[in-house]
Ligand binder design. Sequence first.
Ligand code: CP
Ligand code: NVA
Length: 302
Amino acid sequence: MKHLLKLLDLTKEEIIELLDLADKLKYESKNGIEHPILKGKTLGMIFQKSSTRTRVSFETGMYQLGGYPLFLSSNDLQIGRGEPVQDTARVLSRYIDGIMIRTFEQKEVEDLAEYGSIPIINGLTDFCHPCQVLADLQTIREYKTGFDGLKMCYIGDGNNMANSLIVGGLKVGMKVSVACPEEYEPAKEVLDFAKQYDCFELTTDPKQAAKDADILFTDVWASMGQEEESVKRRTVFQGVYQINDEIMAVAKPDAMVQHCLPAHRGEEITEAVLEAHANEIFDEAENRLHAQKAVLVKLMAD
Ligand code: CP
Ligand code: NVA
């Protein structure tokens, strides 16, 4: 494994190895065991979109591993003025040891990997959010002790989170059920991958998707970059594509709820469900730190 560009590139074994490493690093952090594995290494963090969790957890994670996190806003980089990503990749490869990038097009991340000579980590694109889903899988395993036989349900927009959850969930052995409106389906590449699995279901009916689910996920109706569509999207999603008490009633009684955050209460999730499942959701947010440290160690340690 040279990069983390998308979960489609990883084997089940590589995903499980990262989760095991994330658990180990979490245990060590909680027990005051320092692990300066990346001493002397620098991670460049390019952000073309806003972030709370990704920025702070990568920055803190790099610090805890003994390395240096360098925040690079695209407003300040020449990339923001049109310098090609191919050149940025080759220049940064001469200075630093790894790049985490949050941007719009998946191609930009793939180009960085192609032209650079250092590990590239996808911190979210319009296509996928692999770091988030590694943290999600870590959290599911903590609460449910494994993946076998579990049903994971996603209700909402077929966006970057849906794409990564489908791939990650199926690869580790869960049943995956997705409810989204027509014309807001996950990416074709992801649906083509999911077709290989009998345990994948795509429907427009949230209750059907949530039936007997062990884990329920949702995400915002309009992602970053889709702000201009938010009114139109609201009319399509409102009143149907929401995790609420009616949805919880058809899931398993001990179903857990996950949300990558930020959440829009009253839209994709009710305040009551979010607060009832706050422990699981904020454990998920915490696990961004541990899962990302695992990715950093795997890709950047000597
Ligand atoms: N979940 C997530 O990626 O959060 P941020 O947008 O705050 O990084
Ligand atoms: N789908 C959301 C996820 C944010 C973490 C977005 O892309 O804005």
